[in-house]
Design a protein. Structure first.
Length: 227
């Protein structure tokens, strides 16, 4: 029997021999009992009769378009095509780190052993890191804003990302010349850290800083057009 058959059919046969351990598994789906990968994370392998797969485990390696995941049965190659949903948003597959806990949905590859073609892959470890960063940014930004006299929102134009300068035109048509202070926070609509180079002409932005006539020295830059 080929390794591919082991991956698709053999897994189901082997797991079924566990008897009562799988009594709660959905009909037609082989489900492995949870085994700890990390303190609060469980390895999962579910293979449906049509080759649908739910896989959870830890990253062994990651490059663009491919992630190797250690879970039940050993190491699985996960192909991540451009059509797959990659989460958390904004985190590229190749930036997944060894040891990160991930979840994969997809189908068994009919042409390769121990291989899954993903429709969705989520790095739970990176998601937690992004959430923690966002929380810290919220706290820091609010602390900074509390010390500033004004908040101004408008449309961005004339951006010089290298110099950290641009023009902000508010709803009343007043154009402000904005300079970002050294170490200014730069965040998106979800409070995640971004670079100024991610901003685009016409974006809606909010700056928090000291206003003098039509010039602003900003300590916080938030581009609410960047998701």
């Amino acid at each position: 029997m080929s390794r591919k058959m082991i991956a698709v059919l053999g897994v189901a046969g082997f797991l079924a021999s566990a008897g009562a351990a799988f009594a709660q598994a959905p009909s037609g789906v082989a489900q492995a009992p949870a085994a700890p990968v990390a303190a609060a994370e469980k390895a999962v392998l579910q293979v449906g009769p049509k080759g649908n797969v739910l896989l959870r485990g830890t990253v062994e390696s990651a490059v663009s378009g491919t992630v190797t995941v250690k879970s039940w049965g050993g190491e699985w190659t996960v192909n991540v095509p451009s059509s797959a949903e990659v989460l958390p948003k904004g985190v590229a597959v190749e930036s997944y780190k060894q040891g990160d806990f991930v979840g994969v949905q997809g189908t068994v590859d009919s042409t390769a052993n121990w291989t899954v073609n993903a429709t969705l892959i989520r790095d739970w470890t990176a998601r937690q890191a992004v959430a923690q960063e966002a929380k810290a940014n919220v706290q820091q930004a609010r602390a900074t804003m509390a010390q500033r006299a004004r908040t101004i929102q408008g449309k961005l134009s004339g951006l010089d990302a290298t110099a950290g300068t641009f023009t902000l035109t508010d709803a009343a048509g007043t154009a402000y010349s904005v300079t970002l202070n050294t170490g200014a926070e730069m965040i998106n609509s979800k409070w995640a850290t971004i670079s100024l180079a991610q901003a685009n002409e016409g974006d809606t932005v909010r700056v928090y800083g000291t206003v003098s006539s039509t010039t602003i020295a900003a300590s916080v830059f938030r581009d609410v057009s960047v998701k």
